[in-house]
Ligand binder design. Structure first.
Ligand SMILES: O=C(O)[C@@H](CO)OP(=O)(O)O
Ligand SMILES: [Mn+2]
Ligand SMILES: [Mn+2]
Length: 510
């Protein structure tokens, strides 16, 4: 029995530092540029290793950057899960998507009755919410079934891919439509409007009226809409193509091609509500399953993510408190529990909110102080066996692409981790700190045209995974060299004195 086994079993804190990736020091690594003495000491210690958090290690296509959804799902499941993007690609490669009976029925009805097909989704190859290759397959399917009119409602990115690339992707979409022999861009809108997930319905409704009614700035080309943006690709004003001036008509069809639900579902529900109240019946499908209020049939079903930490902890009667601010609340509850929002017996959810719509560049601390205080408070409760928390700053501020703000976010996170470690020591709790994917360690990227631009997106880098003993005099475990996010749940169960779940393929790291 290694010493760490005896000394470590007891209450703890599972702390996800969102966007905390590992890369060598460089002038675009906000984490190494920042003064982070606490994190530096953790990463340099013997109970620190690097965990793979992207690509096949977590159930993504090889070479695909990690993301918060799959990151938290795999942290909770204790095994890689085939993510929606991978499942969609498999259905495309096998021909199943094109022949999907739900899709062919919709397309054949449109062809027979002369209805238009509207395709709505994020136009980039970021692989976090969508991929233009999936749009290409839908265009080919529509062409094969002779749908008379196919309109593309393009959402521009600038967050999963470098800002300033939307024009390139829209040109690619036009070329894909040309190749498919059908499809034209009818509208263009930034994801800031179309993919808000924080309930800012004023933003969502701008996208609703654009897609449904063609209400937007009139432009002659999609590039004109992009070039007119004063706030980058994420905030391209809702723009309608003059020579299309499309509105969705009764009897048309609508297919959503984002494979990830959390940032498109608000638009999907609002748009379907608007169509319903304006008397338009529109057959709607989504590429993958959505968590919308409306029941939207999906072309590709999700992988089962049950049998993870939440199920195992509930079965063992372990009491947990899950804490995050709004930006990452679903991640430490719904996703980490295996896409299940139901709080288990013995599970408390604490959602920290702030005041108003923060500008993360001017407020890189976000609501970190409130989140930290909630973690410290939960850690002091002896009846709480496990605190599960997410500190959002490194990722959310990293997405601004602003290096200075992200450095500040890293430094604030470092101090917060120091406070949490002190609270853990006071209540003799171990801490497992881990990133869910990389982000801040790479804040610039060479664009296709060779220029180096700010980059706020995720990375394929491994993430630090550190275990801190409950007290200074407890032996410090030496962690194995290689790990993946699938090893977190088995390790947490081990640290709580339980064996890994039978569905888990990851293994305890000590
Ligand atoms: O903000 C988001 O929706 C994505 C990036 O598009 O990041 P994350 O996976 O960290 O939520
Ligand atoms: Mn994340
Ligand atoms: Mn992110």
């Amino acid at each position: 029995m290694s010493s760490s086994e005896a000394a470590f079993t007891g209450p703890g804190i599972l702390l996800v530092l969102d966007g905390w990736g590992h890369a060598d020091a460089s002038d675009d690594n906000a984490l190494t540029l920042a003064h982070t003495p606490v994190l530096d000491e953790l990463v340099a210690g013997p109970s620190s290793t690097l965990a793979q958090a992207s690509g096949e290690a977590v159930g993504l296509l090889p070479g695909t950057v990690g993301n918060s959804e799959i990151g938290h799902m795999v942290i909770g499941a204790g095994r890689p899960l085939p993510y929606d993007s991978l499942l969609v690609q498999q259905h495309i490669d096998s021909g199943e998507l094109r022949d999907n009976p739900r899709l062919t029925a919709l397309l054949d009805t449109l062809a027979a009755q002369g209805g238009a097909l509207h395709l709505v989704g994020l136009c980039s190859d970021g692989q976090i919410h969508a991929h233009v290759g999936h749009l290409s397959e839908l265009l080919a399917a529509a062409a094969a079934r002779q749908v008379p009119r196919v309109w593309i409602h393009a959402i521009t990115d600038g967050r999963d891919v470098a800002d300033g690339t939307a024009g390139t992707y829209l040109a690619q979409v036009a070329a894909l439509a040309e190749t498919a022999g059908t499809g034209r861009i009818a509208s263009v809108v930034g994801r800031g409007y179309a993919m808000d997930k924080a309930g800012n319905l004023d933003l969502t409704d701008r996208a609703v009226h654009l897609v449904a009614d063609g209400a937007g700035v009139e432009v002659d080309t999609a590039a004109e809409a992009v070039d007119a943006s004063e706030r980058g690709d994420e905030w391209v004003s809702p723009s309608t193509l003059r020579d299309a001036s499309v509105r969705i008509a009764d009897g048309d069809g609508l297919v959503w091609f984002n494979f990830r639900s959390d940032r498109i579902q608000q638009l999907a529900d609002r748009l379907l509500d608007h169509l319903a109240v304006t008397g338009r019946v529109v057959d709607t499908l989504s590429l993958a399953q959505y968590d919308t209020r409306a029941d939207i049939p999906a072309l590709v079903q999700r992988a089962d993510a049950s049998g993870g930490l939440a199920d195992e902890l509930t079965a063992a009667g372990v009491r947990t408190v899950h804490i995050a601010e709004a930006e990452k609340f679903e991640h430490v509850t719904y996703y980490i529990n295996g896409r299940d929002a139901t709080a288990r017996d013995g599970e408390e959810h604490v959602r920290i909110t702030g005041d108003g719509k923060p500008n993360y560049i001017t407020r890189p601390r976000m609501n970190l102080d409130r989140v930290t205080a909630a973690v410290v408070e939960a850690a002091a409760r002896p009846e709480v066996d496990l605190v599960v928390a997410n500190l959002a700053n490194i990722d959310v501020v990293g997405h601004t692409g602003d290096l200075a703000a992200t450095v500040t976010a890293c430094e604030a996170t470092d101090a917060a981790v120091g406070r949490i470690l002190a609270a853990a020591g006071d209540s003799r709790r171990w801490v497992l700190a881990v990133g869910d994917h990389g982000n801040a360690e790479r804040m610039a990227k060479r664009a296709p045209d060779g220029t180096v631009r700010p980059y706020g997106g995720h990375t394929t880098n491994p993430v630090p995974l550190v275990i801190v003993p409950p007290t200074a005099d407890t032996p410090t475990p030496v962690l194995s060299e290689t790990a993946t996010l699938a090893d977190v749940a088995p390790t947490v169960l081990h640290l709580l004195g339980h064996k890994p779940g039978s569905a888990m393929t990851g293994r305890p790291l000590l």
